[in-house]
Design a protein around this ligand. Sequence first.
Ligand code: ZN
Length: 216
Amino acid sequence: MNNPTIPGLNIPIRNIYCIGRNFVDHAKEMNAETPSSPIVFLKPTSSICFDSSTVFIPKQSNNVHHEGEIVLAIGASGKNITEESATDYISGIGVGIDFTARDLQAEAKKAGLPWSVAKGFDGFAPISEFKPLSHFGPDTIQVELSVNDQVRQSGNTDQMIFSFQKLISYLSTIFTLQPGDLIFTGTPAGVSAIESGDTVKASLPNHELSVSVTIQ
Ligand code: ZN
């Protein structure tokens, strides 16, 4: 099976990089320290799903949390990218949900083990359509997440510890970024557990981009 493509950009999805604790308020609610350099983890491409999907709570977890996040799509290959040129590598921006089995993540953290299982179940990475960078202009971007039409998370790029430019530059010192790579840029405060029957929607309210999934 081929990798799914990024809606709106029609590039096959390659690597899915994710950033932990990129908002001070979220680090606080997790009782975690504010990082001095980006915390990086990956999700498998099998965790991707799209608008109107059904996401199943895995039997291994009793505590799956939503994390609404702005997602960057990379459009060009680059290594050791400077912050000044970083936006040249963004082909589009969308919104996604970094579903997290918080109980499994807590166990992994305690044991010093990786987060791949807690973050990697099928359907744990819904993404919206993406729009090109030119659509967004120079203003900050607002991100929201609602459960059953009640807003639970609200954040803005001006609250991020590490900007898009810093994240791209930092990641490219480690990984050669490639067209089709996605970067989940971190979640604001307000994460909470989801239940069967919930409708979870992440959006960029000023840009008419959203992804909505039903939990089962
Ligand atoms: Zn996240």
